[in-house]
Design a protein around this ligand. Structure first.
Ligand SMILES: *[C@@H]1O[C@H](CO)[C@@H](O)[C@H](O)[C@H]1NC(C)=O
Ligand SMILES: *[C@@H]1O[C@H](CO)[C@@H](O)[C@H](O)[C@H]1NC(C)=O
Ligand SMILES: *[C@@H]1O[C@H](CO)[C@@H](O)[C@H](O)[C@H]1NC(C)=O
Ligand SMILES: *[C@@H]1O[C@H](CO)[C@@H](O)[C@H](O)[C@H]1NC(C)=O
Length: 197
């Protein structure tokens, strides 16, 4: 009997170990496509993640990145979009629970430039934890709330830095704000969502 239970325990341990999810792992600071090896995640990880982001400034080339990996504890699927005067940023995060399920390409949704009647304070400050309202921006598409974010961001291969911004945002509640990959955003000191002006 004891031997039987012992064997059952062994079998159980094997099944649990065999349960580790496998995810594609790659990154690029220069585009929204990458491909890499499938890697076995840590035992506590139950899902894979992929995220893409795009920063568009008025006079600069857009900045893109993509991350695929085992999912981080705080990861959940999200479509995040904000617009400030002269600048827009979007991030799409996809979290999924099957082996290799992040082995795909994500796309951004098409831009909707229709005014929606909401107006938000718009400002941006580097190396600051707040910014003063400099402009009012007319929000477009599904960006019907105003957001204030201060955090440490890493958007390029260069070093991360603190940014504070106020913008139109597409979130319905602040819980939808994407906090992964932590390599691209951490140290959040302000995160507020308001009705428009
Ligand atoms: C994937 O995640 C692991 C664990 O957090 C990290 O050490 C590694 O650098 C990540 N790989 C890529 C390519 O982002
Ligand atoms: C989307 O349209 C708005 C309004 O025309 C524009 O300001 C913004 O730059 C556009 N964003 C992208 C990503 O094309
Ligand atoms: C926003 O829309 C108003 C009209 O509703 C217009 O007067 C104003 O110039 C617009 N502001 C910007 C920054 O485009
Ligand atoms: C674009 O945004 C406007 C204003 O929010 C909305 O009425 C319209 O349905 C959107 N169009 C598409 C194609 O999503």
């Amino acid at each position: 009997m004891r031997a039987f239970i012992g064997r059952l325990g062994l079998l159980f341990a094997f099944v649990v170990a065999g349960n580790s999810i496998v995810c594609e792992v790659c990154r690029s600071w220069d585009g929204i496509y990458c491909s890499g090896q499938l890697e076995t995640c840590g035992k506590s990880v139950k899902s894979c993640q992929i995220s893409i982001s795009e920063l568009r400034g008025e006079h600069e080339k857009p900045i893109y990145n993509v991350f695929k990996n085992c999912s981080e504890p705080a990861a959940k699927s999200a479509v995040y979009r904000v617009a400030m005067v002269g600048t827009s940023y979007q991030k799409v995060v996809h979290v999924c629970r099957e082996d290799g399920c992040n082995k795909l390409d994500l796309q951004f949704q098409p831009n909707n430039s229709t005014l929606n009647g909401v107006k938000c304070p718009s400002c941006y400050a580097k190396d600051e934890t707040s910014c003063e309202m400099e402009d009012i921006i007319n929000c477009t598409g599904d960006m019907t709330r105003c957001i204030f974010v201060a955090a440490t961001f890493r958007l390029t291969e260069g070093p991360p830095f603190r940014i504070a911004y106020k913008a139109c945002a597409n979130l319905k509640n602040i819980g939808q704000f994407p906090v992964v990959p932590t390599e691209t955003i951490h140290g959040i000191t302000a995160l507020k969502l308001n009705e428009g002006l």
